[in-house]
Design a protein around this ligand. Structure first.
Ligand SMILES: [Zn+2]
Length: 378
C-alpha cells in the first residue's frame, strides 16, 4: 500500500485578544525572538505584541519587511538572525512576512512561529513557503522538515482587518476541499510528500461546510469590526482547517492556475484567494463536476465577492496571448495540476478558462446576480 503522511503545526491558538498571550506561547520555543512585520502591521498591533512580550519578560527585536517573500528578503533575515543571536523567528502580518520568516528560520536552524493578522490565506500552518520575484511572480515552493511550532491568530485583529483580506482567505479555503477531493481521487502525492490521509481530507471538507454556513455572516462581522461565532468558525476554516487540508490533503488545478495567473500583469493587485477562486471555478469545469455544484459555487462566490470570470481578474476572451501563456504555465512540470485524476493539457486549461467566463455570466444572469466587473491592475 502507498505511504500516507499527515503533518501539522504543534500548537494552534485562536481567539479575541490572544496576541497578548504571545509571550507565554513563544517562551518555550527560544529566547530573543526576531519579529518580522511591515510598518503597517506594526502600527496596528505593535503595541499589543510589545505589551504581551514584556509581560512575559521577553526581550525581542522587530525587523521591517517589504512586499514579497523574495530569495533576497529571506537571506537578509537569515543574516539578521545570526548577527542578533535570535532563538526564534515570528512572521507577523500577511502571508509574505510569514513565508519569509519560515524560510529564514529553516535556513538559520531555529524555531519559527506564524502570527497572521488576517485570515487571508491558509499558508501560516504549513511547512512550506511560497517564494516570489520582486515583481510578485510565483518563483518556487520551498519545503521544510518542520511545521511552525506555533500558529497564533487574534480574531479581534482579524475583525479589524480590511474585509477584502477575509474574502481572499475564504477563496483560498473553498479551494481546499475541491483540490483535496481531486487529489484523493488521483494518484499523486500531497505537499507533505505522500498520499493524503483521511485526517487531512476531512478538515478540507469541514472547512467547505463551515464556510457555506458562516462566511457571509463573518463578512458582516468584519464590516462591523465585531468578533462573532460566525467569524470564529470562518477564521478556523480559513486558517487551521484549510491549512491542514491543503498541506496533507493536496493541491490540484486551482492553485496551479493561481500560480500561472501571477505571470499575467492584468491580474496584479488581486489577492491570493481571489486568483485561487477563479482557479477553483476552472478546476470544477475541467473535472466535469455536477452542473448544480458548479452553478452553486459560482453563486456563492459572487455573494462572497470572489471572482469566477476572466473579467474579474483583468482578462477578456480577446486576450488570446495571455490566456495561452497562463494555460501553458499552469501545466509546467512539477505543478500541482498533475495531481488531478486525469492528464491535464494546456489546451484543456485554455478551453476551461474561456468556459468559466461564459458559464459564470450565464449563471449570474439566470440567478439575478450582478454582472462581473473588469479588474484593472494597479
Ligand atoms: Zn492558497
Amino acid at each position: 500500500m502507498p505511504t500516507t503522511i499527515f503533518t501539522s503545526p504543534s500548537t494552534y491558538v485562536q481567539g479575541p485578544g490572544v496576541l497578548e498571550e504571545l509571550g507565554t506561547h513563544l517562551a518555550p520555543l527560544g529566547a530573543n525572538p526576531l519579529i518580522v512585520a511591515d510598518d503597517t502591521v506594526w502600527d496596528l498591533v505593535g503595541e499589543s505584541v510589545s505589551a504581551g512580550l514584556k509581560a512575559a519578560d521577553i526581550a525581542f527585536e522587530r525587523v521591517g519587511f517589504g512586499r514579497y517573500a523574495t530569495p533576497e528578503a529571506v537571506d537578509s533575515l537569515v543574516e539578521k538572525i545570526r548577527s542578533g543571536s535570535h532563538g526564534v523567528i515570528v512572521g507577523l502580518g500577511g502571508g509574505s512576512a510569514i513565508d519569509a520568516a519560515k524560510a529564514a528560520g529553516h535556513l538559520a536552524d531555529i524555531r519559527w512561529a506564524s502570527v497572521p493578522t488576517a485570515a487571508s490565506s491558509d499558508a501560516p500552518t504549513s511547512a512550506l513557503s511560497v517564494i516570489y520575484t520582486e515583481d510578485g511572480e510565483f518563483l518556487e515552493y520551498r519545503f521544510f522538515p518542520r511545521n511552525p511550532d506555533l500558529v497564533l491568530i487574534d480574531t479581534a485583529v482579524v475583525a479589524n482587518a480590511p474585509v477584502r483580506f477575509l474574502v481572499g482567505g475564504i477563496g483560498d479555503a473553498l479551494a481546499t476541499w475541491i483540490e483535496a477531493r481531486a487529489t484523493a481521487r488521483g494518484r499523486s502525492d500531497t505537499m507533505a510528500g505522500a498520499r493524503p490521509t483521511r485526517s487531512a481530507t476531512a478538515p478540507a471538507h469541514l472547512a467547505w461546510e463551515l464556510l457555506h454556513e458562516n462566511a457571509l455572516a463573518a463578512i458582516d462581522a468584519v464590516e462591523a469590526k465585531a468578533v462573532t461565532p460566525a467569524l470564529e468558525a470562518t477564521v478556523e476554516a480559513c486558517t487551521l482547517l484549510s491549512g491542514l487540508g491543503f498541506e496533507s490533503g493536496g493541491l490540484a488545478a486551482a492553485h496551479a492556475i493561481h500560480n500561472a495567473l501571477t505571470a499575467a500583469p492584468q491580474a496584479h493587485g488581486l489577492t491570493h484567494g481571489e486568483k485561487v477562486n477563479l482557479g477553483t471555478t476552472v478546476q470544477l469545469i475541467l473535472e466535469g463536476a455536477e452542473r448544480e455544484e458548479i452553478e452553486d459555487f459560482i453563486e456563492f462566490s459572487t455573494l462572497v465577492g470572489l471572482p469566477t470570470t476572466l473579467t474579474e481578474v483583468g482578462l477578456t476572451l480577446e486576450d488570446e496571448k495571455e490566456l495561452r501563456a497562463v494555460s501553458e504555465a499552469a501545466v509546467v512540470e512539477g505543478e500541482t495540476i498533475h495531481a488531478m485524476p486525469f492528464e491535464v493539457t494546456a489546451e484543456m486549461v485554455y478551453t476551461a478558462l474561456r468556459a468559466a467566463e461564459q458559464l459564470s455570466r450565464r449563471v449570474r444572469a439566470r440567478r439575478g446576480l450582478p454582472e462581473p466587473e473588469l479588474h484593472t491592475a494597479h
